[in-house]
Design a protein around this ligand. Structure first.
Ligand code: MRU
Length: 352
C-alpha cells in the first residue's frame, strides 16, 4: 500500500542514481542505474525520467556526475568543463524550466564554493540531494494548500487531471496528483478522472498506475471526452501541473491542457494549476515566450510499433501548449494559493 511504499523516481544510492524507467510502466516496474552525466542527459531526452520537477532533480545529479568526471585541479578549467556539462544537460528538453533552474543552482553553487575541486564536488552532491529533498517537501505543501481551495461540495469531489503530475513527475508525492492524494487521504475525494494524454499516454500509463498504488478510484478517459464529462456534471474541478509558468501566470503544460482549460471555462468548472515556484520563469513576461518542444512524428504516427496513419502525410507534434492566465482559477504553490496576477510578488521567494 502507498503509505508504506512511496514512489520515488530518482533515488541516490551506491554512489549513483536509480531512475524508475517510466518508458516501461505500467507493464514493468524497473530501475535504470545512472552514474555518468552523458547517460543522465540521455535518460532525460528519452523520457526514462520525465515531468518538470523530476527532470530538474535528475539534471542536478547529472551536474554532480559531470563534476566528478572532470580530471583537473585547476579551478578555472574545472568550471569551464562544468559549463559544458550544464549545456549538454540543458540541450535535452526545452520547455520545463525546472531543468534550467536546477542546472543554474548547481552552477552557482560551484562558482560560490571556495576550496579545492574535491570540496566543490562534495558541495555539488549535497546541493543535488537538497534539491531532491526540497522538492519532496514542496510537493507535500502543495498538496496541503490544494485542500484549502478545492470546492466545498455536499458530496465528495470528483477531480480531473491531464498527463502525469504525480510522484513520478517530481521527487515524490506529486504536484497536481499531490493535491489529489491529499484530498484522498483527507477523505474528500470520491474519484479521479484521468485523461489518457495523447500521444505519449502519461495519463493512461503513469497517472492511473500511481492511483492503483494508492487505491485511489480512477476512471480513464480519452482526452476528447472531458467536455462531455463536464456537460454531465461529472467533474467538480480540474487540477493539472505545469512545465513553465510566465510571470503573468500563463502556464505551459502537456499538450491538451489548453483545450481542457477552455472546456472547463465553458462549463464553469474551476481550473487549478499546481506547481512549485521553481516552475515560474520570472524572466518571461507572458506565455508566448515559452519555448515549446516538438517531438518525433512517430509518437503520433504509431501506437507501439503499429502505424495508424497512411504514409506520405505530414505531422505536427508539439509536446506542450500554453494556457492563458485568464483561464486559470488559481495557481497552487508551496507558498499558498495564488491568483495568476499575484505571482510576481513571490519572485524573491524563488531560490536560485
Ligand atoms: O513530457 P512530460 O511527460 O515530461 O510532460 C510532463 C507534464 O507536462 C507535467 O504535467 C508537468 O511536467 C508537471 S509535473 C509535476
Amino acid at each position: 500500500m502507498w503509505q508504506n511504499n512511496p514512489v520515488y523516481p530518482v533515488i541516490w544510492r551506491n554512489d549513483s542514481v536509480s531512475l524508475i524507467d517510466q518508458t516501461r510502466l505500467p507493464l514493468e516496474y524497473s530501475y535504470v542505474e545512472i552514474s555518468r552525466s552523458q547517460d543522465m542527459a540521455q535518460a532525460i531526452k528519452t523520457m526514462i525520467v520525465r515531468g518538470a520537477p523530476a527532470i530538474g532533480v535528475a539534471a542536478a545529479y547529472g551536474m554532480y556526475f559531470g563534476a566528478r568526471e572532470i580530471e583537473t585541479s585547476n579551478r578555472d578549467k574545472f568550471l569551464k568543463h562544468l559549463e559544458q556539462v550544464a549545456q549538454m544537460l540543458r540541450d535535452t528538453r526545452p520547455t520545463a524550466v525546472n531543468l534550467f533552474w536546477a542546472i543554474s543552482r548547481m552552477l552557482k553553487t560551484a562558482y560560490e564554493t571556495i576550496g579545492s575541486i574535491e570540496e566543490i564536488q562534495k558541495t555539488l552532491l549535497e546541493t543535488a540531494q537538497a534539491i531532491n529533498k526540497e522538492d519532496l517537501q514542496t510537493c507535500h505543501k502543495i498538496g496541503e494548500n490544494g485542500l484549502k481551495v478545492l470546492p466545498e461540495t455536499p458530496e465528495k469531489l470528483t477531480l480531473l487531471t491531464h498527463c502525469n503530475a504525480g510522484a513520478l513527475a517530481t521527487a515524490g508525492y506529486g504536484t497536481a496528483l499531490g493535491v489529489v492524494r491529499s484530498a484522498w487521504r483527507g477523505g474528500r475525494l470520491e474519484r479521479l478522472f484521468a485523461d489518457e494524454t495523447r500521444p505519449r499516454l502519461q495519463g493512461a500509463k503513469l497517472t492511473t498506475w500511481e492511483c492503483v498504488q494508492e487505491r485511489i478510484p480512477v476512471t480513464l478517459i480519452t482526452d476528447s471526452m472531458a467536455a462531455h464529462c463536464m456537460k454531465q456534471d461529472l467533474i467538480h474541478a480540474v487540477v493539472v501541473g505545469a512545465d513553465r509558468i510566465a510571470a503573468n501566470g500563463d502556464a505551459a503544460n502537456k499538450i491538451g491542457t489548453y483545450s481542457l482549460a477552455l472546456v472547463a471555462k465553458a462549463h464553469n468548472v474551476p481550473f487549478y494549476v499546481a506547481a512549485p515556484l521553481s516552475t515560474v520563469d520570472f524572466s518571461l513576461t507572458d506565455g508566448s515566450q515559452i519555448p515549446i518542444e516538438e517531438r518525433n512524428s512517430r509518437e503520433i504516427y504509431q501506437v507501439g510499433e503499429t502505424a495508424i496513419a497512411p504514409e506520405g502525410i505530414d505531422f505536427y507534434n508539439p509536446a506542450f501548449d500554453v494556457t492563458p492566465a485568464e483561464l486559470i482559477t488559481a495557481i497552487i504553490t508551496e507558498e499558498g494559493v495564488l491568483a495568476p496576477e499575484d505571482l510576481r510578488k513571490y519572485q524573491n521567494k524563488q531560490m536560485v
